[in-house]
Design a protein around this ligand. Structure first.
Ligand SMILES: C[S@@+](CC[C@H](N)C(=O)[O-])C[C@H]1O[C@@H](n2cnc3c(N)ncnc32)[C@H](O)[C@@H]1O
Length: 414
């Protein structure tokens, strides 16, 4: 059966790293068909399932916040085609090798409060650190593609993956002033988020900080140095420039801003970062949005936000938080195809290759290659022959002789 006539969402239903389908909990989704349309406070929102088109892009541009359900690579690829963000902040899984529970409170029939617990997100990597690094490499490549020419990436990690990801990010975005001159694209600096709270240890130094790596796509960037109270006696009562160690407590259990999403970052941290690295009106992206802290900070500072996550629970939380606590009145939402780049089959195993356009739901193949010239077609990037189509991404679909398929989404068709 030709792939073009297949239901693509079925073919590309999201799977986790082990290949198992990602659980889609009915009722919790911010993107369930109908939920957005029914909400009068979200005039920019469309029903999931609508075909994106030029007016959808318009909706996104007018919306304060756009929610994107999908893998981080798909989120970044879509942004590259629609509007390049001035700032990408990302707080991905840290390679903790554990899963994070979501604790929920609800009332039973008798009105008693009951506590339920289930997985929020999984940071276990059965194939080890190499698979984590490979996944993050794809995210960094997509991020480099999608950033505005004068845009910044803030990569929030901890001591586990930080040195490895810094090497990858230096390779992909450039070593910048780490190894070259102070205007070179790429690495700019390393922030330490010193969060104070947490456990202690008698075996080692208690861990009290995360690392935030700052990269720029080009030689120009936005930076507004944040100010903080001076501590020296000489400058008492005055302000000084905020140094690169940020002393901001993590969120305590009773804090009003606590949403219940594990690993939620404090608003004060995100407000500081968004304010320093962008201008009012800019688009700020977070492809690992969790509870939507980046979106809340962006809205408070008069920026727009594009928030992506693979978890529908996370997006439901973002939506709730932004509409209820932040007074957002323009929210658009789209479900993306699971479009992380996957390795195409080896040329001698390629059964066929199609090149076409892909929307949130459909793949429209406009060119097909048979097995004979498929390898050549793949290597000469045939999608270059396809004119861009507003609101759609250009993609290639390959199938090997065993019927396994790979979908590659090209971030930039021109
Ligand atoms: C550390 S949490 C982000 C917390 C967020 N900064 C906040 O303040 O709430 C990481 C998030 O990444 C999401 N995630 C994990 N793998 C992902 C992937 N491949 N693409 C997109 N999101 C992913 C998880 O569902 C989780 O919500």
């Amino acid at each position: 059966m030709p792939a073009a006539s297949r239901p693509l969402l079925e073919t590309y239903a999201p799977t986790d790293r082990t290949g198992a389908p990602v659980r889609q909990r009915r009722g919790a989704s911010a993107l369930e068909a109908g939920t957005l349309e029914a909400d009068a406070t979200t005039p920019g929102a469309r029903r999931h399932g609508d075909t994106p088109g030029p007016d959808q892009q318009h909706d996104d541009a007018r919306s304060q916040v756009t929610l994107l359900a999908g893998d981080a690579v798909a989120t970044l690829a879509r942004l590259a085609l629609n509007e390049r963000p001035r700032l990408v902040y990302m707080d991905p899984p840290f390679y903790t090798r554990r899963s994070f529970p979501l604790r929920e409170r609800a009332s039973d029939a008798a009105g008693r409060t009951i506590e339920a617990q289930r997985d929020a997100f999984d940071d276990r990597w059965p194939d080890g650190f190499d698979s984590y690094l490979a996944a993050m490499r794809d995210v960094l490549v997509a991020c480099h593609e999608c950033l505005a020419e004068d845009g910044s990436l803030l990569l929030h990690v901890d001591q586990r993956a930080a040195p490895y990801l810094a090497v990858e990010a230096d390779r992909i975005l450039g070593p910048g002033e780490r190894l070259l001159d102070r205007d070179s694209p790429g690495y700019r600096s390393e922030l330490i988020w010193s969060y104070g709270l947490g456990g202690s240890s008698s075996r080692t130094w208690p861990r009290k900080h995360d690392t935030i790596l700052w990269y720029t796509r080009g030689r120009r960037w936005t930076f507004h140095p944040p100010m903080t109270a001076a501590t020296s006696r000489r400058m008492q009562g005055q302000l000084k420039k905020q140094p690169d160690v940020l002393d901001i407590p993590s969120i305590n259990n009773m804090a009003k801003e606590r949403t219940g999403w594990p690993t939620q970052k404090p608003l004060a941290l995100l407000e500081l970062l968004v304010g320093a690295h962008s201008e009012p009106g800019d688009l700020i992206a977070d492809p690992f949005a969790g509870s939507g802290t980046t979106g809340a900070a962006a809205v408070r500072l008069g920026r727009r936000a594009a928030l992506g996550d693979v978890s529908d629970d996370a997006l439901a939380m973002c939506r709730e938080r932004l509409l209820r606590d932040e007074g957002v009145d323009r929210l658009a939402a789209h479900r993306l195809l699971q479009a992380a780049p996957v390795a195409p089959p080896a040329p001698d195993r390629l059964a066929f290759l199609a090149v076409g356009h892909v929307s949130g739901e459909r793949f429209d193949a406009t060119r097909w290659w048979g097995r004979h010239d498929a390898a050549a077609a793949w290597s000469v990037a045939p999608w270059l022959e396809l004119p861009p189509r507003a609101g759609w991404m250009t993609a290639a679909l390959a199938r090997d002789v065993d019927g396994h398929e790979a979908l590659l989404v090209m971030p930039d068709p021109t």
